[in-house]
Design a protein around this ligand. Structure first.
Ligand code: GLA
Length: 390
Protein backbone atom coordinates (compact mmCIF):
# COMPACT_ATOMS: atom_id res chain seq x y z
CA UNK A 1 0.00 0.00 0.00
CA UNK A 2 1.45 3.39 -0.89
CA UNK A 3 1.51 6.61 1.16
CA UNK A 4 -1.47 8.10 -0.68
CA UNK A 5 -3.62 5.04 0.08
CA UNK A 6 -2.65 5.28 3.76
CA UNK A 7 -3.52 8.98 4.02
CA UNK A 8 -6.76 8.31 2.12
CA UNK A 9 -7.81 5.80 4.79
CA UNK A 10 -7.21 8.48 7.46
CA UNK A 11 -9.18 11.06 5.50
CA UNK A 12 -12.03 8.55 5.05
CA UNK A 13 -12.21 8.05 8.84
CA UNK A 14 -12.24 11.81 9.36
CA UNK A 15 -15.01 12.48 6.82
CA UNK A 16 -17.25 9.44 7.34
CA UNK A 17 -16.37 8.51 10.94
CA UNK A 18 -15.80 4.87 10.02
CA UNK A 19 -13.11 2.65 8.54
CA UNK A 20 -13.23 1.84 4.79
CA UNK A 21 -13.48 -1.77 3.62
CA UNK A 22 -10.99 -1.30 0.80
CA UNK A 23 -8.70 1.28 -0.74
CA UNK A 24 -7.77 1.44 -4.41
CA UNK A 25 -4.98 3.26 -6.24
CA UNK A 26 -4.77 4.09 -9.95
CA UNK A 27 -1.78 5.90 -11.45
CA UNK A 28 -1.61 8.78 -13.88
CA UNK A 29 0.21 8.20 -17.14
CA UNK A 30 2.37 9.93 -19.65
CA UNK A 31 2.29 9.26 -23.32
CA UNK A 32 5.84 8.55 -24.51
CA UNK A 33 4.93 8.28 -28.21
CA UNK A 34 1.64 8.08 -30.09
CA UNK A 35 0.06 11.49 -29.88
CA UNK A 36 -3.60 11.32 -30.96
CA UNK A 37 -3.03 7.92 -32.55
CA UNK A 38 -5.29 5.98 -30.18
CA UNK A 39 -8.71 6.95 -31.57
CA UNK A 40 -7.24 6.61 -35.06
CA UNK A 41 -6.74 2.87 -34.49
CA UNK A 42 -3.00 3.37 -34.11
CA UNK A 43 -0.35 2.38 -31.58
CA UNK A 44 0.87 4.07 -28.41
CA UNK A 45 3.83 3.84 -26.03
CA UNK A 46 3.28 5.10 -22.48
CA UNK A 47 4.32 4.70 -18.87
CA UNK A 48 2.28 4.75 -15.66
CA UNK A 49 3.48 7.10 -12.93
CA UNK A 50 4.14 6.70 -9.21
CA UNK A 51 1.53 9.40 -8.67
CA UNK A 52 -2.19 8.81 -8.99
CA UNK A 53 -5.64 8.76 -7.43
CA UNK A 54 -6.73 6.72 -4.39
CA UNK A 55 -10.33 5.77 -3.58
CA UNK A 56 -11.38 4.30 -0.22
CA UNK A 57 -14.87 2.86 0.09
CA UNK A 58 -17.34 1.06 2.33
CA UNK A 59 -20.98 -0.03 2.14
CA UNK A 60 -23.67 2.48 3.04
CA UNK A 61 -26.84 1.21 4.70
CA UNK A 62 -30.24 2.55 3.63
CA UNK A 63 -31.55 3.37 0.17
CA UNK A 64 -29.14 2.68 -2.71
CA UNK A 65 -27.20 5.94 -2.92
CA UNK A 66 -23.58 6.88 -3.41
CA UNK A 67 -21.85 9.47 -1.27
CA UNK A 68 -18.52 10.45 -2.77
CA UNK A 69 -16.21 12.98 -1.13
CA UNK A 70 -13.39 14.65 -3.07
CA UNK A 71 -10.43 15.81 -0.98
CA UNK A 72 -9.18 17.98 -3.85
CA UNK A 73 -12.47 19.86 -4.21
CA UNK A 74 -13.58 19.60 -0.56
CA UNK A 75 -17.00 18.58 -1.81
CA UNK A 76 -19.49 15.74 -1.38
CA UNK A 77 -21.44 14.35 -4.33
CA UNK A 78 -24.52 12.32 -3.44
CA UNK A 79 -26.58 10.49 -6.04
CA UNK A 80 -29.14 7.70 -6.39
CA UNK A 81 -27.75 4.55 -7.99
CA UNK A 82 -30.86 3.71 -10.00
CA UNK A 83 -30.79 6.97 -11.95
CA UNK A 84 -27.24 8.25 -12.42
CA UNK A 85 -27.17 11.63 -14.16
CA UNK A 86 -24.53 14.08 -15.27
CA UNK A 87 -23.99 17.08 -13.05
CA UNK A 88 -22.79 20.11 -15.04
CA UNK A 89 -19.00 20.07 -15.31
CA UNK A 90 -18.51 18.51 -11.88
CA UNK A 91 -15.52 16.27 -11.04
CA UNK A 92 -18.14 13.78 -9.85
CA UNK A 93 -19.13 12.99 -13.44
CA UNK A 94 -16.16 10.63 -13.63
CA UNK A 95 -17.23 8.41 -10.70
CA UNK A 96 -20.88 8.80 -11.78
CA UNK A 97 -19.98 7.58 -15.28
CA UNK A 98 -18.09 4.59 -13.89
CA UNK A 99 -21.05 3.70 -11.65
CA UNK A 100 -23.40 3.79 -14.63
CA UNK A 101 -21.09 1.62 -16.73
CA UNK A 102 -20.56 -0.89 -13.90
CA UNK A 103 -24.34 -1.18 -13.51
CA UNK A 104 -24.72 -1.65 -17.27
CA UNK A 105 -22.11 -4.41 -17.18
CA UNK A 106 -24.17 -6.22 -14.51
CA UNK A 107 -22.17 -5.48 -11.34
CA UNK A 108 -24.70 -5.62 -8.46
CA UNK A 109 -24.04 -2.25 -6.80
CA UNK A 110 -25.53 -1.28 -3.44
CA UNK A 111 -25.24 1.99 -1.53
CA UNK A 112 -21.65 3.02 -0.81
CA UNK A 113 -19.46 5.75 0.60
CA UNK A 114 -16.26 6.71 -1.13
CA UNK A 115 -13.43 9.15 -0.53
CA UNK A 116 -11.14 10.24 -3.33
CA UNK A 117 -7.70 11.79 -2.93
CA UNK A 118 -5.04 12.50 -5.52
CA UNK A 119 -1.32 13.12 -5.76
CA UNK A 120 -1.66 14.11 -9.42
CA UNK A 121 -1.94 17.67 -10.63
CA UNK A 122 -5.41 18.19 -12.17
CA UNK A 123 -5.74 19.40 -15.77
CA UNK A 124 -2.01 19.01 -16.44
CA UNK A 125 -2.23 16.33 -19.11
CA UNK A 126 -1.22 13.39 -16.92
CA UNK A 127 -4.65 11.77 -17.00
CA UNK A 128 -6.04 12.55 -13.61
CA UNK A 129 -9.44 11.76 -15.12
CA UNK A 130 -8.55 8.20 -16.20
CA UNK A 131 -6.87 7.61 -12.81
CA UNK A 132 -10.08 8.76 -11.11
CA UNK A 133 -12.15 6.40 -13.28
CA UNK A 134 -9.89 3.41 -12.63
CA UNK A 135 -9.61 4.10 -8.89
CA UNK A 136 -13.43 4.25 -8.70
CA UNK A 137 -13.82 1.03 -10.67
CA UNK A 138 -11.18 -0.80 -8.59
CA UNK A 139 -12.73 0.31 -5.29
CA UNK A 140 -16.21 -0.80 -6.44
CA UNK A 141 -14.93 -4.18 -7.69
CA UNK A 142 -13.27 -4.46 -4.27
CA UNK A 143 -16.62 -3.86 -2.56
CA UNK A 144 -19.04 -5.70 -4.85
CA UNK A 145 -16.99 -8.15 -6.96
CA UNK A 146 -17.99 -8.69 -10.60
CA UNK A 147 -14.55 -7.90 -12.01
CA UNK A 148 -14.39 -8.88 -15.71
CA UNK A 149 -12.21 -11.85 -16.63
CA UNK A 150 -10.30 -9.75 -19.16
CA UNK A 151 -8.59 -6.65 -17.66
CA UNK A 152 -8.93 -4.85 -21.02
CA UNK A 153 -12.72 -4.90 -20.47
CA UNK A 154 -12.22 -2.80 -17.34
CA UNK A 155 -10.11 -0.26 -19.25
CA UNK A 156 -12.77 -0.08 -21.97
CA UNK A 157 -15.56 0.28 -19.41
CA UNK A 158 -13.79 3.32 -17.97
CA UNK A 159 -13.21 4.71 -21.46
CA UNK A 160 -16.97 4.44 -22.08
CA UNK A 161 -17.56 6.31 -18.83
CA UNK A 162 -15.44 9.19 -20.14
CA UNK A 163 -16.56 9.16 -23.77
CA UNK A 164 -20.22 8.22 -23.30
CA UNK A 165 -21.01 9.90 -19.99
CA UNK A 166 -18.57 12.77 -19.37
CA UNK A 167 -18.52 13.56 -23.07
CA UNK A 168 -14.82 13.58 -24.11
CA UNK A 169 -14.53 11.28 -27.15
CA UNK A 170 -11.14 9.95 -26.00
CA UNK A 171 -9.28 6.85 -27.13
CA UNK A 172 -8.07 4.04 -24.87
CA UNK A 173 -4.54 5.27 -24.12
CA UNK A 174 -5.18 6.75 -20.67
CA UNK A 175 -7.35 4.01 -19.18
CA UNK A 176 -5.15 1.27 -20.65
CA UNK A 177 -1.99 2.86 -19.21
CA UNK A 178 -3.48 3.43 -15.77
CA UNK A 179 -4.59 -0.21 -15.55
CA UNK A 180 -1.67 -2.02 -17.23
CA UNK A 181 1.15 0.10 -15.77
CA UNK A 182 4.17 -1.78 -14.50
CA UNK A 183 7.17 -0.50 -12.57
CA UNK A 184 10.09 0.35 -14.86
CA UNK A 185 8.25 -0.91 -17.94
CA UNK A 186 7.08 0.85 -21.07
CA UNK A 187 3.56 -0.03 -22.20
CA UNK A 188 2.62 -0.71 -25.80
CA UNK A 189 -0.93 -0.88 -27.13
CA UNK A 190 -2.22 -1.42 -30.64
CA UNK A 191 -5.61 0.26 -30.41
CA UNK A 192 -7.07 -1.55 -33.45
CA UNK A 193 -6.32 -5.10 -32.29
CA UNK A 194 -5.86 -4.39 -28.54
CA UNK A 195 -2.57 -6.32 -28.70
CA UNK A 196 -0.49 -5.02 -25.83
CA UNK A 197 2.86 -5.51 -24.10
CA UNK A 198 4.74 -4.44 -21.02
CA UNK A 199 8.33 -4.00 -22.18
CA UNK A 200 11.05 -3.87 -19.50
CA UNK A 201 13.17 -0.75 -19.66
CA UNK A 202 16.10 -2.87 -18.53
CA UNK A 203 17.18 -0.09 -16.17
CA UNK A 204 15.73 1.45 -13.05
CA UNK A 205 17.38 4.85 -13.29
CA UNK A 206 14.89 6.56 -15.60
CA UNK A 207 12.73 9.25 -14.07
CA UNK A 208 9.80 11.18 -15.47
CA UNK A 209 10.01 14.94 -15.07
CA UNK A 210 6.74 16.73 -15.75
CA UNK A 211 6.85 20.40 -16.44
CA UNK A 212 3.45 22.05 -16.22
CA UNK A 213 2.85 25.16 -18.32
CA UNK A 214 0.01 26.18 -16.00
CA UNK A 215 -2.19 26.46 -19.10
CA UNK A 216 -5.13 24.29 -18.13
CA UNK A 217 -5.92 21.95 -20.91
CA UNK A 218 -9.63 21.33 -20.76
CA UNK A 219 -10.49 18.56 -23.19
CA UNK A 220 -14.20 18.89 -22.52
CA UNK A 221 -14.28 22.26 -24.27
CA UNK A 222 -14.47 20.83 -27.76
CA UNK A 223 -10.93 21.23 -29.15
CA UNK A 224 -10.24 17.54 -28.73
CA UNK A 225 -13.49 16.60 -30.44
CA UNK A 226 -12.67 18.98 -33.31
CA UNK A 227 -9.29 17.31 -33.88
CA UNK A 228 -10.90 13.92 -33.82
CA UNK A 229 -13.51 15.02 -36.36
CA UNK A 230 -10.75 16.35 -38.62
CA UNK A 231 -8.97 12.95 -38.52
CA UNK A 232 -12.23 11.16 -39.28
CA UNK A 233 -12.96 13.34 -42.29
CA UNK A 234 -9.49 12.57 -43.67
CA UNK A 235 -10.05 8.88 -43.03
CA UNK A 236 -13.37 8.95 -44.89
CA UNK A 237 -11.73 10.59 -47.90
CA UNK A 238 -8.85 8.08 -47.94
CA UNK A 239 -11.43 5.29 -47.73
CA UNK A 240 -13.00 6.63 -50.95
CA UNK A 241 -9.77 6.89 -52.95
CA UNK A 242 -7.72 3.90 -51.74
CA UNK A 243 -8.44 0.43 -53.04
CA UNK A 244 -7.95 -1.34 -49.69
CA UNK A 245 -10.17 -1.06 -46.63
CA UNK A 246 -9.57 2.02 -44.45
CA UNK A 247 -11.26 1.65 -41.05
CA UNK A 248 -8.93 4.09 -39.34
CA UNK A 249 -6.33 6.64 -40.43
CA UNK A 250 -3.86 4.04 -39.19
CA UNK A 251 -4.74 1.94 -42.25
CA UNK A 252 -3.19 4.62 -44.48
CA UNK A 253 0.56 4.03 -44.98
CA UNK A 254 3.02 6.93 -45.42
CA UNK A 255 3.41 6.11 -49.17
CA UNK A 256 -0.41 6.08 -49.56
CA UNK A 257 -0.51 9.41 -47.79
CA UNK A 258 2.12 10.89 -50.11
CA UNK A 259 0.35 9.58 -53.21
CA UNK A 260 -3.12 10.84 -52.25
CA UNK A 261 -2.51 13.82 -49.95
CA UNK A 262 -3.87 16.29 -52.52
CA UNK A 263 -7.27 14.62 -52.23
CA UNK A 264 -7.55 15.62 -48.57
CA UNK A 265 -9.03 18.90 -47.42
CA UNK A 266 -6.25 21.42 -46.70
CA UNK A 267 -7.18 21.82 -43.05
CA UNK A 268 -7.36 18.08 -42.40
CA UNK A 269 -4.25 17.13 -44.41
CA UNK A 270 -1.51 18.09 -41.89
CA UNK A 271 -3.48 16.44 -39.10
CA UNK A 272 -3.74 13.21 -41.03
CA UNK A 273 -0.03 13.38 -41.82
CA UNK A 274 0.79 13.79 -38.12
CA UNK A 275 -1.22 10.71 -37.16
CA UNK A 276 0.10 8.53 -39.99
CA UNK A 277 3.76 9.37 -39.33
CA UNK A 278 3.32 9.30 -35.55
CA UNK A 279 2.11 5.73 -35.79
CA UNK A 280 5.36 4.82 -37.59
CA UNK A 281 7.29 6.54 -34.80
CA UNK A 282 5.56 4.34 -32.22
CA UNK A 283 6.60 1.17 -34.08
CA UNK A 284 10.18 2.42 -34.29
CA UNK A 285 10.05 3.52 -30.64
CA UNK A 286 8.92 0.05 -29.57
CA UNK A 287 11.88 -1.48 -31.40
CA UNK A 288 14.20 1.07 -29.77
CA UNK A 289 12.92 0.20 -26.26
CA UNK A 290 13.17 -3.54 -26.96
CA UNK A 291 16.76 -3.17 -28.09
CA UNK A 292 17.50 -0.56 -25.38
CA UNK A 293 18.58 2.12 -27.84
CA UNK A 294 17.40 5.08 -25.81
CA UNK A 295 18.90 7.84 -27.91
CA UNK A 296 16.70 6.67 -30.80
CA UNK A 297 13.67 6.78 -28.48
CA UNK A 298 14.65 10.35 -27.52
CA UNK A 299 14.97 11.44 -31.17
CA UNK A 300 11.52 10.03 -31.88
CA UNK A 301 10.03 11.92 -28.92
CA UNK A 302 11.48 15.20 -30.18
CA UNK A 303 10.20 14.44 -33.70
CA UNK A 304 6.76 13.70 -32.24
CA UNK A 305 6.70 17.08 -30.51
CA UNK A 306 7.81 18.88 -33.67
CA UNK A 307 4.97 17.16 -35.53
CA UNK A 308 2.41 18.23 -32.89
CA UNK A 309 3.71 21.77 -33.25
CA UNK A 310 3.98 21.97 -37.04
CA UNK A 311 1.31 19.57 -38.30
CA UNK A 312 -1.27 18.66 -35.71
CA UNK A 313 -1.58 22.11 -34.13
CA UNK A 314 -2.04 20.98 -30.51
CA UNK A 315 1.12 22.54 -29.07
CA UNK A 316 1.48 26.01 -27.54
CA UNK A 317 4.31 28.52 -27.28
CA UNK A 318 4.94 27.46 -23.67
CA UNK A 319 5.10 23.74 -24.52
CA UNK A 320 7.47 24.45 -27.43
CA UNK A 321 9.74 26.54 -25.24
CA UNK A 322 9.93 23.81 -22.58
CA UNK A 323 10.82 21.10 -25.09
CA UNK A 324 13.41 23.31 -26.72
CA UNK A 325 14.90 24.21 -23.33
CA UNK A 326 15.14 20.53 -22.34
CA UNK A 327 16.91 19.39 -25.52
CA UNK A 328 20.62 18.96 -24.97
CA UNK A 329 20.45 18.57 -21.16
CA UNK A 330 22.95 15.94 -20.01
CA UNK A 331 21.12 12.74 -19.09
CA UNK A 332 17.94 13.64 -21.01
CA UNK A 333 16.48 10.80 -23.09
CA UNK A 334 13.65 12.76 -24.69
CA UNK A 335 10.98 15.41 -24.23
CA UNK A 336 7.60 16.21 -25.79
CA UNK A 337 4.13 17.41 -24.94
CA UNK A 338 2.00 14.67 -23.46
CA UNK A 339 -1.67 13.88 -23.94
CA UNK A 340 -4.29 16.04 -25.59
CA UNK A 341 -2.15 19.18 -25.83
CA UNK A 342 -3.23 22.86 -25.85
CA UNK A 343 -1.34 23.36 -22.61
CA UNK A 344 -0.83 20.90 -19.81
CA UNK A 345 2.64 19.46 -19.34
CA UNK A 346 5.71 18.33 -21.17
CA UNK A 347 7.13 14.93 -20.32
CA UNK A 348 10.89 14.56 -19.96
CA UNK A 349 12.46 11.12 -19.65
CA UNK A 350 15.70 11.66 -17.81
CA UNK A 351 18.44 9.70 -16.03
CA UNK A 352 18.33 9.81 -12.25
CA UNK A 353 20.62 12.55 -11.00
CA UNK A 354 19.99 14.81 -14.00
CA UNK A 355 16.61 16.03 -12.72
CA UNK A 356 18.02 19.02 -10.88
CA UNK A 357 19.91 20.48 -13.82
CA UNK A 358 16.93 19.88 -16.10
CA UNK A 359 14.54 21.51 -13.64
CA UNK A 360 16.74 24.58 -13.33
CA UNK A 361 17.09 24.95 -17.09
CA UNK A 362 13.36 24.65 -17.66
CA UNK A 363 12.51 27.07 -14.86
CA UNK A 364 15.07 29.66 -16.01
CA UNK A 365 13.92 29.67 -19.63
CA UNK A 366 10.24 29.64 -18.74
CA UNK A 367 10.53 32.42 -16.18
CA UNK A 368 12.60 34.53 -18.59
CA UNK A 369 9.79 34.35 -21.14
CA UNK A 370 6.59 34.20 -19.08
CA UNK A 371 7.62 35.88 -15.81
CA UNK A 372 6.53 33.00 -13.58
CA UNK A 373 7.97 29.66 -12.55
CA UNK A 374 6.51 26.51 -14.07
CA UNK A 375 5.53 23.66 -11.75
CA UNK A 376 8.02 20.82 -12.09
CA UNK A 377 7.39 17.37 -10.72
CA UNK A 378 9.78 14.41 -10.77
CA UNK A 379 8.33 10.93 -10.43
CA UNK A 380 9.12 7.28 -11.13
CA UNK A 381 7.54 4.74 -13.47
CA UNK A 382 5.05 2.77 -11.41
CA UNK A 383 2.54 -0.10 -11.29
CA UNK A 384 -1.04 -0.08 -12.56
CA UNK A 385 -4.40 0.19 -10.79
CA UNK A 386 -5.19 -2.18 -7.92
CA UNK A 387 -7.32 -2.46 -4.77
CA UNK A 388 -6.49 -3.66 -1.27
CA UNK A 389 -9.06 -4.97 1.24
CA UNK A 390 -8.69 -3.80 4.81
C1 GLA B 1 -5.95 12.51 -24.27
C2 GLA B 1 -6.96 11.40 -24.53
C3 GLA B 1 -6.26 10.14 -25.05
C4 GLA B 1 -5.35 10.46 -26.23
C5 GLA B 1 -4.44 11.65 -25.92
C6 GLA B 1 -3.65 12.11 -27.11
O1 GLA B 1 -5.09 12.15 -23.22
O2 GLA B 1 -7.68 11.11 -23.35
O3 GLA B 1 -7.21 9.15 -25.38
O4 GLA B 1 -6.10 10.68 -27.39
O5 GLA B 1 -5.18 12.75 -25.43
O6 GLA B 1 -2.77 11.12 -27.56
Amino acid sequence: MNALQLSTIDAFRRVFGTTPACVAFAPGRVEVLGNHTDYNGGCVLSVALDLGVAAAACLRPGPPRAEVWSEAFGEMASFALEDVRREGRSWSNYPRGVVRELERSGVPLKGFRMLIASSLPIGSGVSSSAALELATAEALYGLFGGRPAKPMDEAQLCQRAEAGFVGVPCGLLDQFSSLFGRKDHVLFLDCATLRHMQVPLGRDDLRVVLCDTGEKHALVDGKYAALRASCERARDRFAQVLSHEVRFLRDVSPPDFEAWAQEIDEGDRPRAEHVIRENERVIRGLAAVKSKVYDELGRLMLASHASSRDLFGNSTEALDLLVEAAAGTKGLVGAKLTGGGFGGSTVNLVERGAERELTERLARRFEGRFGRRPKVLATGIGDGARVESL
